[in-house]
Design a protein around this ligand. Structure first.
Ligand code: NDP
Length: 257
């Protein structure tokens, strides 16, 4: 009975920014659980490459090009996927960027706006477009990829733009959970620590930064993409049927200190 709750057999799952990193790992996890996964990314080559990676492992996936900041494109892609499959059961809002090492007092307008646009506006556009269809269908699960940066202020890098965007994602998650909880649509977030992806590759060139990141983590290491993907799978599945509005930390203990 319990393992069956993790099955996504027969379900359609859409993931944003899934061409690589945490999104790709989430695509693998949901596909392995039986979902047909629609991999969306703004770079079509990245999305197609991810589909090929999954196909090589025997998983069903499709690619769609989607820049989450393009609200018209979000509506168009949501409509196309719903028309093609007749349903969207799971949405993972994973697309996100970080533009760090910009002190607030000198942060350029576009450095603030770009991060808020992808990380917060993009999540809302997708929740609205796909969530509306889930509400019409009477159910669905949305998992937003937040961050421990929505709880703490990272150091030593200054990134007020990123931290504020992720705190926004967490409270957007709770707001939508409250609005949609009685209508069958669950909305939760995962809040990871530093994960070993391209987003963080620069830390390997900066010994001081690495020392802060790993030294500030009780588990004394960065996280792996699969360790976030398994939390996403849990939240997307019926194993989390009583959960909505939760922000689940997967942080190696970072916020303990
Ligand atoms: P990556 O940079 O490895 O991957 C992000 C993916 O999102 C890329 O494929 C990227 O495409 C895509 N993307 C960027 N902007 C857009 C957009 N406007 N529309 C659609 N896709 C877009 O990042 P991670 O895998 O590390 O991060 C994934 C999520 O996890 C993000 O939301 C991030 O904030 C969050 N997170 C990451 C942590 C980490 O330590 N890595 C920690 C906590 C949270 P392109 O190549 O074109 O830019």
């Amino acid at each position: 009975m319990y393992m069956e709750k993790f099955s996504l057999s027969g379900k359609v799952a859409v993931i944003t920014g899934a061409g690589r990193g945490i999104g790709l790992a989430a695509a693998e996890a949901l596909a392995e659980a039986g979902a047909l996964v629609v991999i969306t990314d703004r770079d079509p080559a990245l999305a197609e490459g991810a589909v090929a990676t999954l196909a090589a492992r025997g998983c069903r996936a499709e690619a769609e090009t989607l820049d989450v900041t393009d609200v018209a494109a979000v509506e168009r892609v949501a409509e196309a996927i719903a028309a093609r499959h007749g349903r969207v059961d799971v949405l993972v809002n994973n697309a996100g960027i970080a533009i760090s090492n910009h002190p607030a007092e000198t942060m350029a307008d576009d450095v603030w706006l770009r991060v808020i646009d992808v990380n917060l506006n993009g999540v809302f556009w997708c929740c609205r477009a796909f969530g509306r269809r889930m509400l019409e269908a009477g159910g669905g699960a949305i998992v937003n990829v937040g961050s421990m940066s929505g709880f703490i202020v990272n150091r030593p890098q200054e990134q007020a733009n990123y931290n504020a965007s992720k705190a926004g994602v967490h409270h957007l998650t709770r707001s939508l959970a409250a609005e949609w909880g009685g209508r069958g649509v669950r909305v939760n977030s995962v809040a990871p620590t530093y994960i070993d992806t391209e987003m963080n590759a620069y830390v390997y060139q900066d010994a001081e930064m690495y020392r802060h990141w790993v030294g500030g983590t009780p588990m004394n290491r960065l996280g792996r993409t699969d360790e976030v993907a398994s939390v996403i799978l849990f939240l997307a599945s019926d194993a989390a049927s009583l959960m909505t509005g939760s922000i689940v930390l997967a942080d190696g203990g970072y916020v303990c200190w």
